[in-house]
Structures are given as structure tokens and as C-alpha cells.
Design a protein around this ligand. Structure first.
Ligand code: SAM
Ligand code: SF4
Ligand code: SF4
Length: 419
């Protein structure tokens, strides 16, 4: 007897054996079976024991499309985390050739009044939503460290918030990083994310306003601030913006940087996006990039990937009840990727929960995936979750990892011990 597999189970060839890997995207359950057991996309049950069939049923390997609506409703959006992205200033001391903000002419710097309003917003939300336990503050710009006094004021104000675990993620170009700044951040659980690539590539694309490359300043800062990055609280994320000219030198860059820094860091590969207003054009194939990223990150930092499968982008902070982005003027967006041209209202207009519901309500319409035929029929539905603001025209390009490569590597990292 043959039985249809759920459309949300991905069949992946195991390149190391004649087995097929079944990855159930609904619950991340993985099994491998001999490829003889399959007839087209159906499974031949006569080869399986009762226990095996029961296991597959229990783990939803045969869920039909009609049953999926129930499954979708059961997906729990994490309501224990409040995400706030803050642009301290849109000013910058660099002129990166590819910057996605090159068309955003703003000289604004955040005021203490706007910071007070953000803290007030957080307090109102915590009072309303008792489930929130974690506060994630993404600090960006422009170059956020230009607004150092304002950053100091923000950190001091965040210390007044009680009973929440606070995580700070700061995107900085690294040229202005100093002892003083890291001393302020060391009391928080902090990730500092700095974009850096091979020296010659970096200096071509990430220059100061006078066209001088910024590599030496950044490396010097990273070396002299070693003691902070050795502490438990401050973690360094090096972001390698990949394009056709630097992808080949990735490994040598990583090996050299390890020698230079002598402390742990994560190397995150990002795909350099093209924007019509920039002359720099990335011609690296996105599929090739995804495979390289998946293999590089999983092989280089196996400890980050060997516990859970982390491929779901279903839960997006823009659609959480209270996640927002605050521009330096106090104007609002829903998430980090919010287009500045679409910013709305001002955090200064908010003084109570009714203001929040009124102002955000219009934008925070819940995604109604069940009404989207294309998404409902898509085998990636449970990983992707449908529309996202950060995906612009390429909504189906929902994750930077190559899923098949990821699952094969995951099994390998688990030492082949999976069911
Ligand atoms: C706009 S910057 C602001 C923070 C800070 N100035 C910096 O460079 O990290 C935020 C992040 O966007 C990344 N970025 C800028 N333009 C990009 C593009 N065209 N494609 C991909 N990432 C980009 C930068 O590398 C940086 O990690
Ligand atoms: S340092 Fe950051 S904000 Fe400044 S130009 Fe470069 S990517 Fe854009
Ligand atoms: S946006 Fe694209 S990839 Fe995502 S669920 Fe819909 S059809 Fe699938």
C-alpha cells in the first residue's frame, strides 16, 4: 500500500548514501529512509514496521493540505520578546558604495525627548502584555556611534527598565569604537556587528568621505579592544558582505582575521543587495551564495548549528504585536527593514496603550496566510510564513541558507544519529 506524504515534507537526497531524507517543515522532524521505499512522492508502507508507521503518523508526515489550516493556527507567535530597532542618527562618516541608505538624505540625530518616549513606550507595552520577558534593542544608523552621547543616554535609560532580560545588538562600521563605548555596553548582553571583508575589497567599497579606506582603523580598534571581546557579555559578529569579487577570498580572510584578533567571533555571510541608486552591482548568483554561506557557517561554527534546526522565518517581528522601528526623528516603522519613505506618525504621539493600538493597529494587520492560495500550496509555507517587508520584490527568497545543504549538514553534525 502506498500513502501520500504531506506536501510540507521535503524530500532531500542524501549525498552520502542511497537514502532519502524526509524533513517535515511543520515540526522540523527528520527521518531517513531507503530510496526504494518511494514511488513518486508516495511512500510504500509495506517496507515499514507498525512502530515506524505510527511514528510517522504521530509526527505529521501524512498531514493533508486540508488539515494544514489547523496546523497553521497552532503556530505560536513568540509573544515573550519585544523587538525595538532604533536609528540613533542617519548621519555617517563613511560613504559605502553599496549602502542601501545612499538615497536617504537625513542629518537628524535622536533627541533625549525621543529616547524618553521610547522608554515610555516599552513601559506601557510591558504593563499591557505581561508575557514579555525579553527586550531586544537593535541599534543602527547611519553610523550610530556618531551619536555617542545619545547612545549613553539610551543605555542609562534602559537600565531603569526592570524585570526584563535586555539584549543589545548594535550595527556599527567599527571606525569609532572605543574603550568608553564598550565600557557602557559591557553591562548588557551585547552583540556588536561590524562589516569587514578582505582589506583590498573593503577599502574599495567602504571608504571615509575623503575616499580613504576604513580597514586599518577598524582592525586597529578590534585589536586594541580585545579584552572586551573576551568578556562573556560582548560578542563580536563580523559581517562579510558577499559579492562576485570577494567570495573566493573568504577563507583566507577568516584565517587571517583569527590570527590578528586572537579572540572568538562569528563570521556571518550576507548577500550584498543591489539598489538602483548605487553604481556598485553585485553579480554573484544568489543560489551559489546560499550554498557557500550554509557550508561555510555550518562547517566553521558547528557549535552554533548542532542543537536545533533554525530555518523558520515564520515569526517576523514586524507582525509581533508591539515590535517597532524608531527613526532618529521619532517617526515609526514596523521593523529594521522598514523603508524610510513609508515611516509614519511619531513616537512622541504615544502616551498610553490606546494611542499604541490606534497608531500601530492600521499597520500591524496580521498576515492572513490562509487566504493566500499560492502560499497555502507552497511546500515552504511552514518555514517562510508568507509576506515579509524585508523581502521586497523577492518574497519567496525568504532565507539565506540553502535548505537541502543545511539539512544534510545538520545530519552530519549530529553524527548521523537521527531517526
Ligand atoms: C546601513 S548599515 C548601518 C550601521 C552601520 N553604519 C554599519 O555600516 O554597520 C547596516 C547594515 O547594512 C549593511 N548594508 C548596507 N548596504 C547593504 C547592501 N546593499 N546589501 C546588504 N547589506 C547592506 C551594512 O553592511 C550594515 O551591516
Ligand atoms: S557605514 Fe553603514 S550607514 Fe554608513 S555608508 Fe556604510 S553601510 Fe551605510
Ligand atoms: S512567500 Fe513564497 S516561499 Fe513564502 S510561503 Fe508564499 S509562496 Fe512560499
Amino acid at each position: 500500500m502506498v500513502i501520500d506524504l504531506s506536501p510540507y515534507v521535503l524530500l532531500i537526497e542524501n549525498d552520502k548514501s542511497s537514502e532519502i531524507i524526509l524533513f517535515n517543515t511543520i515540526n522540523s522532524c527528520i527521518v531517513t529512509l531507503c530510496n526504494n521505499f518511494f514511488y513518486e512522492n508516495k511512500l510504500e508502507l509495506e517496507y515499514l514496521s507498525e512502530d515506524e508507521i505510527t511514528f510517522l503518523k504521530k509526527n505529521k508526515f501524512f498531514v493533508s493540505k486540508n488539515e494544514v489550516l489547523n496546523e497553521l493556527n497552532k503556530i505560536k507567535f513568540s509573544d515573550d520578546t519585544l523587538n525595538i530597532t532604533i536609528s540613533l542618527t542617519e548621519l555617517c562618516n563613511l560613504s559605502c558604495l553599496y549602502c542601501y541608505q545612499n538615497d536617504f538624505n537625513s542629518n537628524s540625530v535622536i533627541s533625549n525627548e525621543v529616547i524618553d518616549c521610547i522608554i515610555n513606550y516599552i513601559n506601557i507595552v510591558i504593563e499591557k502584555s505581561q508575557k514579555i520577558q525579553f527586550l531586544v534593542i537593535n541599534i543602527i544608523g547611519g553610523e550610530p556611534l556618531i551619536a555617542y552621547n545619545e547612545l549613553k543616554y539610551l543605555l542609562k535609560s534602559l537600565r531603569t527598565i526592570e524585570n526584563l532580560k535586555i539584549k543589545i545588538i548594535i550595527d556599527t562600521n567599527g571606525t569609532l569604537l572605543s574603550d568608553e563605548i564598550l565600557n557602557d555596553l559591557i553591562n548588557f548582553d551585547t552583540i556588536i556587528s561590524i562589516t569587514l571583508t578582505d582589506k583590498s575589497d573593503h577599502n574599495e567599497v567602504r571608504c571615509f568621505k575623503n575616499n580613504k579606506g576604513s580597514y586599518d582603523e577598524i582592525l586597529q580598534n578590534l585589536k586594541s579592544l580585545r579584552e572586551y571581546f573576551l568578556s562573556d557579555n560582548i560578542n563580536l559578529n563580523i559581517r562579510y558582505n558577499c559579492h562576485h569579487n570577494n567570495i573566493q577570498i573568504l577563507s583566507s580572510f577568516y584565517n587571517n582575521l583569527k590570527v590578528e584578533l586572537q579572540y572568538p567571533f562569528f563570521l556571518e555571510l550576507a548577500y550584498l543587495q543591489n539598489y538602483g541608486f548605487n553604481t556598485f552591482k553585485n553579480t554573484l548568483d544568489i543560489k551559489e551564495f546560499k550554498k557557500i554561506k550554509t557550508n561555510f557557517e555550518m562547517n566553521t561554527f558547528p557549535e552554533n548549528f548542532n542543537s536545533d534546526i533554525n530555518l523558520s522565518t515564520f515569526d517576523c517581528s514586524a507582525f509581533s504585536d508591539y515590535g517597532i522601528k524608531v527613526f532618529s526623528t521619532g517617526e515609526l516603522g514596523l521593523c529594521n527593514a522598514w523603508n524610510y519613505k513609508k515611516r509614519f506618525h511619531n513616537i512622541k504621539d504615544i502616551s498610553n496603550i490606546s494611542d499604541i493600538d490606534l497608531i500601530l493597529g492600521k499597520y500591524k494587520k496580521k498576515k492572513n496566510i490562509s487566504e493566500n492560495e499560492k502560499c497555502l500550496n507552497c511546500k515552504y509555507l511552514f518555514l517562510c510564513g508568507g509576506f515579509k517587508f524585508c523581502k521586497g520584490e523577492c518574497q519567496c527568497n525568504f532565507i539565506d541558507y540553502d535548505i537541502d545543504t543545511y539539512i544534510r549538514n545538520f545530519i552530519y553534525l549530529k553524527g548521523g544519529e537521527y531517526q
